[in-house]
Design a protein around this ligand. Sequence first.
Ligand code: ADP
Length: 444
Amino acid sequence: MQKVLIANRGEIAIRIIRACQELGLKTVAIHSTADRDSLHAKFADESICIGPGPSGLSYLHIPSIMSAAEISGVDAIHPGYGFLAESSEFARVCADYGITFIGPTPQQIQQLGNKVNAREVAIKAQVPLLPGSPRKVERDEAMAIADAIGFPVIIKAAAGGGGRGMKVVFAREDLVQQLAIAEQEALRGFGCGDCFLEKYLLAPRHIEVQIIADQQGNYRHLGERDCTLQRRHQKVLEEAPSPVLTPAERQQVAAYALALVQASGYQSLGTVEFLYEAGKFYFMEINTRVQVEHPVTEMVTGLDLVKEQILIAQGASLGFSQEEVSSTGHSLECRVNAEDPVSFAPWPGLVTAYHEPGGPGVRVDSMVYTGYRIPSLYDSMIAKVITFGRDRSECIVRMRRALREMKLEGIRTNIPFHLRILDHEDFLANRYATNFLQELSKQA
Ligand code: ADP
């Protein structure tokens, strides 16, 4: 592997370019016309415009991306997260072109990217699941299944992701109509209308395990992350390790994750997600890509996950044993979004002044510079502030300090919302579940 095309934009494209540079690999960025002035296009060795702003015509348009790959003569493509990262079709096209897709095989993406199939793998691996429909739910059987599970239930699109394609149903009379809407939305949004039902937990925590597996059959877990703080099923603030697990629970959830890796024969970097309530874990899904929140694991383990992911794609064996993976201290990540901190309405525009925080224990993965105009077409996340401390309280103090130091003028951001979380007594005392931010955002 000598030259890598990064099929993404924003902070993750920059993150991947950095890893490639450290590995001595040449990089090719792609960008839409709306991203002409974006930092990822400037950071790469080469940069190619692949189409107009709307992602369907650029970042999701496989023929344009493959043309760029051919013209620039790359031998590998890194998909990042979002866009085509979990498209088995894209991985297959890369293989047809003889280009290494930095991720799992198309078959693994297809098997695990579909939540119904992933549930079957979990059953095979004897990993606990929430009660739900055994497979895609048919409209005429939905009521009987929901009654057996008990309300509330959640309708999920088998192909859904990124917090989209889910509907919680509290009242029996809403089920049939909500299922019909969910199916239509899933078909439009993900190209597959299949939905399934699952018991809805009212106040769980979201715990996920970072895993990594090479092509020689070696696999490790790299500890867990706690991503309980979410708004509308989208993560807002993540941390590692989870502040609520006992050592035995930590071992248990890692063992479940490894059982899934083994049962699926997975070969890449990935994340196994669970809900946790009353001392029990329930498997949710496997994400077959690098996650937004991967830096908190990097901070506590000292590993560079993107470099490891690339090395594995090159065919290298894992260079460390499970015993050699250790976790020290604590890390937090705040996702900084260009949005109003009270209404959460997107707030793109011209950044008139930008200053990143620094000092001990602070890392910023960002795409912003003074004079950058944030386009309105894409995700509102523009930066991630990551802090490290010897323990959770030092890490929190650092995060408050870093966020106050950060200057982002000309637009609105959710930094004031993050500061409210970081000052909240329930956050400090670990008394919260996935519904916490919904309540906090109402109190503004
Ligand atoms: P996505 O693939 O869109 O990221 P996930 O399956 O990972 O979706 O779920 C995202 C979030 O939705 C979870 O972290 C949790 O907060 C909520 N959620 C999903 N399933 C359930 C459930 N059965 N009960 C309660 N909350 C759930």
